[in-house]
Design a protein around this ligand. Structure first.
Ligand SMILES: Cc1cc2nc3c(=O)[nH]c(=O)nc-3n(C[C@H](O)[C@H](O)[C@H](O)COP(=O)(O)O)c2cc1C
Length: 206
């Protein structure tokens, strides 16, 4: 599998890096282990190697988190099928929104926001990638009794990330901690959004 470094060098050579959109390879639906083996391996890990993720693995974990597995439905269930969850990819080279339909990353910020993801837990900034789970609850259905619906939906995305990582030899941890204000500002997230959880993802430290 090509390393992220070689991809970064390749992209730089072709002038794609820093581009507004990075096209992801198709997720490999034959990768991983059995569901039972993944459940056995699932755990929170907080020590990461500095080895970069390949675009293939990034594509896979994003598809597992919030991708389309049917023409208009996703790998993650959502209450009332509102599909209000978006996943942002926080990397050294900038921050991107996962465009699940286009299987691509759309750049939203040039800065390295991993320190804002880490906040008081510096280990989180050492992972090459963090996935930020955001819900847009601007729809009036989220008023009143349904105000917490997106919390559950975010938890399902988190579970999918844990399982993909466990099945593919990656380390991750679900985190509520982060600098919400800094991330909201840098990612230009509207007031109707809730920043629920984040997942540093990388290879486990040796
Ligand atoms: C909603 C939620 C929020 C969490 N927030 C954090 C966090 O901010 N920082 C952290 O290090 N771990 C966080 N965790 C991870 C838990 O500490 C971890 O899942 C728990 O200790 C059980 O360990 P295990 O996942 O290995 O079974 C969170 C987990 C959940 C489900």
């Amino acid at each position: 599998m090509k390393s992220m470094l070689s991809i970064v060098i390749g992209l730089a050579a072709t002038g794609v890096i820093g581009a507004e959109t990075i096209k992801l390879p198709a997720p490999n639906n034959d990768s991983g282990v059995t569901v039972m083996q993944a459940l056995k391996a699932r755990r929170s890990e907080r020590a990461f190697s500095d080895k970069e993720l390949s675009l293939e693995l990034l594509s896979g974990v994003l598809w597992a988190a919030n991708g389309f597995n049917r023409p208009d439905r996703r790998t993650n269930a959502t209450g009332l099928n509102k599909q209000e969850i978006s996943v942002y990819v926080i990397m050294k080279t900038g921050a991107y929104r996962y465009d699940a339909k286009g299987n691509s990353l759309v750049k939203v910020c040039d800065a390295d926001l991993r320190p804002a993801i880490a906040a008081q837990q510096s280990f989180a900034a050492t992972a090459p990638v963090s996935l930020l789970i955001v819900a847009d609850v601007g729809d009036p259905i989220y008023a009143g009794a349904r105000s917490t619906l997106s919390n559950y939906d975010a938890g399902i995305v988190s579970g999918n990330i844990y399982l993909y990582c466990a099945a593919n030899g990656l380390a991750t941890v679900c985190r509520r901690s982060m600098d919400n204000d800094a991330l909201r500002k840098a990612l230009k997230l509207p007031d109707t959004t809730v920043l629920h959880l984040n997942h540093p993802v990388g290879y486990p430290a040796k």
